[in-house]
Design a protein around this ligand. Sequence first.
Ligand code: PMT
Length: 396
Amino acid sequence: MNVVLGVGGGIAAYKAAELARALQDRGCAVSTVMTHAAQEFIQPLTFAALTGRKVITGLFEKSSADAVLSSSVEHIAVAQENQLLVVAPATADLLAQFAHGHASDFLTTLYLAFTGPVVLAPAMNTNMWNHPATQANVATLRARANHVIVDPGSGHLACGMTGPGRLAEPPSIADAVMTALHPRRDLAGQTILLTAGPTREAIDPVRYVSNHSSGKMGYALAEAAAARGARVILVSGPVSLAAPKGVEVIAVESARDMYEAVMARLDEATIVIKSAAVADYSPIAAGQKIKKSGEMMHLDLHPTRDILAAVGQRKGARKLIGFAAETNDLLTYARRKLEQKNCDLIVANLVNQPGTGFGADQNDVTLVTRAGDQPLGRASKRALADQILDAVVALP
Ligand code: PMT
């Protein structure tokens, strides 16, 4: 397989050399394209020596007019000769250029001419990654056909900050490249009914009770399942995430809405995965805005219906996967949920650890089945999604 590696200008550019090696270890022939900024961080010679191939460093890198002419169509040739484009580190600037179709240098021009799978591994300062402009560009790129984003990890960054933005480890990026080159279709023929995000329980027409679920875990599962060939129906509470490619999204607000949407589509599902953080209690909503009185206020809450338990009662031949979000005694509660809710698998996560669980890009989970426990450890929600689906496929 011929793969073209685009290297952006960031402190993580040196890790692109490790990625070139990891891709070669997996049987890929690697050609390298470096932006000008990348060459400030690492020499083209490093990639030439590692890959044994010429490194492209610019659109107009030759001097004679003939050479300029041949060079100026080289991006078309490179686009045609390679099966996949991987960019690491994909800087904020590169993501913006890709998202908006700019063609200002060899790499961005190649991107536009390229029709095969594209794997982007972003790396940047935490604030740059979290900026709404970057997040909008990432959402645009994630939604494009044949595009895979290998989310950055969290940790201590070269800029001195701690948070998301660190380039994913080269072996993980290389694995994502191999999956994109040889997509798994092991969920083809399955219909997966998934829930994600929080619910909102009205107190009155302007206020609600909710939780910190962002939907990232459920949306990662939906994206991974669709990529592996499943038909995915995603019942989603209110989140600010774009619909994953090829996934039918049913937007709901309250636990009651979610219950009704799940039950209405249950007959279609061969697998049900409940990653939503559903409210366990809901206020008896006032018809009008409650006025401030200055006195203590009490809310009467009634229990909501347990959707997972209700599906467990109508389980039939379906595979049923629940989550357990706990702050203590994780495995004890997870095993109890496995039995009480008639599940085949519980994804257990401790939700009081910094950087994982609610709202975070990473999670730290243990899979609990009747065959035993399998700790998956801490990883991006997207990487864990595939591991969770591997376990679902392997269920008896
Ligand atoms: O959305 P993110 O920000 O990515 O965060 C991910 C997550 C932490 C929300 C996710 O990993 C997770 O743990 N989801 C389950 C949260 C939860 O409600 O856990 P629980 O232990 O309270 O509920 C157990 C199971 O019962 C869950 O599958 C839940 O969906 C289900 N349930 C709960 C209550 C209810 N009324 N109906 C249900 O179906």
